[in-house]
Design a protein around this ligand. Structure first.
Ligand code: UGA
Ligand code: MN
Length: 414
């Protein structure tokens, strides 16, 4: 995410995050023996660690305290804020600190509402399904959450995805209970899908900004890991973005990590890689904030075989840093990035945002919500979709009119 309202890395902390990004040595990692293990990890946020480390030395003496904090902060600040720490500017060296340090594997509790592996679509983009049989599958991960706009957003997105062959749609809803209406909707499209619920942990709910869509994406990552999928491509596709069909053919080619510009991001109206001679050399994004990978969630795709090499793949609850920290957890390096979209000159995905409004309220006596008119069934549907509810006594009576004149409800409904 590129957003000026997010603060730099030190401001947000949470225990869970710290657990997730706990430094660990992974004995089987190919490069774990070749590097120093003492370097502070860029994933470890400066503030959290600094506070903890600063408490201990209080007991030990003021001098030690100052020296220790200075040392600790300066090292992490250099790395987390990308200010250069000797090796920061050298492409290869900049990642050496990460090589030896690994994270906990995700351990999310998965609740699957329903899933279907059957592709019931006969034709996609004027070709029969059988023409696409050999293509790698795109795992399209959509975090979503209940609000008035949820069903319309997912309906629009589904109608894009209906044109995309060999795609498994992972829809992860940010709530406790399975939404039956959503289940029915997803089933109707005939696109292979998994519908799961994965609510944001309560402790993050009231944070401003909250880590939106993280619990759900983590659950989807867990699902991919549990299924041992090493063939295919992962893409994080939010429910409110706009996707060009060419995006899907582009990301399907991903060998390791693809990147491409996203339109309508923050101040510049765009966020994406800077490419020279076919190689990514930097990033254009109006909110850097120390991020090594200042890209939007919609601006990259990952090959599952590549991702499978990193058992500690993670997306910490760190608003604004989800993309960066996820990409760090799979040890991305500049020279691995594959620029897409005609060398990052085209926009294949837009960060459109839908204006959000509170739930509609229709005041109508419940005795009229029966089969005598359409209104009973219509309003029930809207309620199931989370769009509008009915009330008997709150606010103004619902306006029902004929020939430009409001009439009593009984006129039409009794
Ligand atoms: C931007 C990025 O495009 C997101 O990928 C990123 O997660 C988000 O910022 C962030 O860092 O907070 P933005 O348009 O600002 O997205 O955020 P939303 O579209 O509101 O949320 C991103 C995704 O998370 C959406 O698919 C949304 O349905 C989902 N979400 C949002 C939840 O699952 N729970 C919430 O409480 C809010
Ligand atoms: Mn959005």
């Amino acid at each position: 995410m590129s957003s000026a309202h997010y603060q730099a890395l030190e401001s947000q902390t949470s225990d869970e995050d710290n657990e997730d990004i706990e430094r660990r040595q992974h004995p089987n990692h190919p490069r774990s023996t070749t590097v120093k293990t003492t370097a502070p990890h860029p994933m470890v946020r400066k503030g959290a660690v600094a506070r903890r480390r600063c408490l201990l030395p209080l007991a030990g003496g003021a001098l030690f305290f100052i020296a220790f904090c200075y040392f600790t902060l300066s090292g992490e600040t250099r790395i987390t804020l990308g200010l250069g720490g000797g090796s920061e500017d050298s492409e290869e060296g900049s990642h050496r600190g990460l090589d030896s340090i690994h994270f906990r594997p995700l351990n999310e509790s998965l609740h699957i509402c329903s899933e279907s592996y059957e592709d019931r679509r006969q034709f996609m983009q004027d070709k029969p399904q059988s023409d696409y049989g050999l293509l790698p599958i795109i795992y399209f991960v959509t975090p979503t959450y209940p609000r008035r706009e949820q069903i319309p957003e997912l309906t629009r997105l589904a109608h894009t995805l209906l044109h995309v062959p060999r795609l498994h749609w992972l829809v992860a809803d940010d709530q406790e209970k399975c939404n039956d209406f959503l289940d029915t909707l997803l089933n109707r499209f005939g696109i292979p899908f998994t519908h799961m619920v994965s609510p944001m942990p309560i402790k993050f709910r009231n944070e401003k900004p909250a880590p939106r869509g993280v619990a759900n994406r983590r659950a989807a990552l867990q699902w991919l890991r549990q299924h041992n999928l090493t063939n295919g491509v992962l893409y994080f596709g939010d429910d409110d973005n706009t996707y060009d069909l060419r995006l899907f053919s582009e990301i399907r080619k991903t060998q390791r990590v693809s990147m491409f510009p996203v339109g309508l991001i923050a101040d510049y109206g765009v966020s994406g890689p800077v490419v020279r001679r076919g190689k990514v050399v930097g990033f254009l994004d109006s909110w850097v904030a120390g991020r090594r990978w200042p890209v939007d969630m919609a601006g990259f795709a990952v090959n599952l075989e590549y991702m499978a090499q990193y058992p500690y793949v993670n997306m910490p609850y760190k608003p604004g840093y989800e993309e960066d920290l996820f990409l760090r957890s799979i040890d991305l390096q500049m020279n691995l990035i594959e620029p897409r979209g005609n060398n990052c000159t085209e926009i294949l995905v837009w960060h459109t945002q839908t204006k959000s409004k509170k739930m509609g309220m229709v005041r109508l006596e419940s005795k009229y919500l029966d089969e005598r008119s359409n209104l009973g069934a219509l309003l029930l549907n809207l309620k199931l979709m989370g769009v509008a509810s009915t009330t008997e006594n709150e606010g103004r009576n619902a306006l029902i009119s004929k020939n430009g004149k409001e009439k009593a409800h009984s006129y039409f409904l009794s």
